[in-house]
Write a protein that binds this ligand. Structure first.
Ligand code: GDP
Length: 191
């Protein structure tokens, strides 16, 4: 798949405000600071549109980007801030679970995991949710330029074992490793 145009559509917390035009959607999810904004920018050439490094605890939203005017990239709020108040955690859960439970046009969720950190309980839970809701998903190992080749191979194996999946895609916004594979994966699910 080739991205020829990308534009920000909206940020929202309420399902009532999600786009209603039934375009196919690709969701991006992962622990905060995993490199999600950077990956979105790299895939969609969004420039600074997907904001890098949001501070913990700020209002979390679901952000919709229109890609080639025929699908949406959906940026789901990051999880795993140790220090956020319980109430924000509950809001996150309602928002994300609300989205995942009831979104037939969602064709693929890309779960981002930092290659340097073993998948956390939150990552494992997220993978289980995606499988539970029968949402096709793939795991992206971010920041792969930070490891040597052999360390990266170990990291891929570790994440595959922990998350019980195969075909992980190592990704780097620095070397562009994995960009083509990720876009190809998206291309296989959108019609
Ligand atoms: P988000 O909170 O998941 O949206 O994460 P960001 O995209 O803001 O990235 C968090 C930090 O990791 C930033 O300092 C990025 O510059 C850095 N980062 C993200 N992706 C990569 C990558 O592929 N390689 C390297 N070396 N740094 C990265």
């Amino acid at each position: 798949m080739k991205v020829s145009s990308a534009r920000f559509i909206k940020s929202t917390q309420k399902p009532a405000d999600f786009p209603r035009d039934q375009l196919q959607e690709i969701a991006f999810i992962g622990r905060s600071n995993v490199g999600k904004s950077s990956l979105l920018n790299a895939l969609a050439n969004l420039g600074k549109l997907a904001r890098i490094s949001r501070s913990p605890g700020r209002t979390q939203t679901i952000n919709f980007y229109s890609i080639n005017d025929n699908l949406y990239f959906v940026d789901l709020p990051g999880y795993g801030y140790a220090k956020v108040p319980k109430q924000i955690q509950a809001t996150w859960r309602n928002m994300v679970e609300g989205y995942l439970q009831d979104r037939p046009q969602l064709k693929l969720a890309l779960l981002l995991v930092d290659c340097r950190i073993p998948p956390t309980q939150d990552d494992i839970l997220m993978k289980e949710w995606l499988d539970h809701y029968q949402i096709e998903n793939a795991v992206i190992l971010t920041k792969s330029d930070k490891l040597s080749r052999s360390q990266l191979i170990q990291s891929v194996k570790r994440a595959e074992t922990t998350l019980g999946t195969e075909g992980l895609i190592p990704f780097s916004t620095v070397t562009r490793l994995g960009k083509k594979e990720t876009l190809n994966k998206i291309g296989t699910v959108v019609s």
